[in-house]
Ligand binder design. Structure first.
Ligand SMILES: Cc1cc2nc3c(=O)[nH]c(=O)nc-3n(C[C@H](O)[C@H](O)[C@H](O)COP(=O)(O)O)c2cc1C
Length: 192
């Protein structure tokens, strides 16, 4: 197979996340992060609605977000174990980008396509960070789906939700790859 961009193809064939809990300091600074956000914003977006935005969670924000997870978890009746696990990403976090889905009113573009576009931005940011040499991981957690947490943590409006928290920092240990899908079994070829 002839390849126009072998390095990019090799990356896409072998890419994998680095678990957030294995990431270590340093995290990218603002100057290092901006090109990654710029790459992520080059994502498919039907109707050019830009149905997403970024909130960068720097180290100084992590303690507040962990405490808020505790508060919201108790209000939701979550178990101490669930709360502890959900706090972990902030307790151990160095930097994360909250990719915020922003639903735009449109007669033409269905809401689900705006959701897909926000998901595409998450993967694009993850891949941009990995290609730049950072370790990165897309996380969520029950708190990111709790409107009260989202309002207090990020000031989200009613048309906004968290598509993903993309943790980005320096790679610590490299864990083994996970089993990958059997693409033959997932693929159907339509010939007529
Ligand atoms: C929308 C979404 C949310 C996720 N949330 C979590 C999470 O909260 N905790 C977790 O351990 N993994 C979560 N994952 C999975 C991790 O991102 C996991 O590292 C990823 O599936 C590894 O895939 P890769 O190695 O192909 O990049 C989530 C994945 C997606 C797509």
């Amino acid at each position: 197979m002839s390849l126009k961009n072998p390095a990019a193809f090799e990356f896409l064939q072998t890419r994998r996340s680095r678990p957030a809990k294995t990431l270590i300091e340093p995290a990218p600074d603002r100057e290092q992060l901006m090109p990654l956000l710029t790459a992520a914003a080059r994502s498919p977006d039907h109707g050019k609605l830009e149905p997403w935005r970024f909130i960068v969670l720097e180290k100084g924000a992590m303690g507040r977000l962990s405490g808020l997870t505790q508060e919201c978890g108790e209000a939701l009746g979550k178990s101490p174990q669930d709360i502890e696990k959900a706090r972990g990403q902030f307790d151990l976090g160095h930097l994360a980008v909250a990719v915020i889905e922003v639903q735009k009113p449109s007669e033409k573009i269905p809401a689900i396509e705006q959701t897909y576009s926000a998901g595409a931005v998450c993967l694009a940011l993850l891949n941009a960070a990995l290609t730049a040499g950072w370790g990165a991981n897309w996380l969520s957690g029950w708190q990111t789906h709790d409107p009260e947490f989202c309002r207090k943590a990020f000031g989200l409006r009613d048309n906004e939700s968290v598509a993903g928290l993309i943790h980005i920092a320096t790679e610590g240990s490299t864990p083994p790859d996970r089993p990958r899908p059997d693409v033959d079994a997932l693929t159907e070829w339509v010939t007529e």
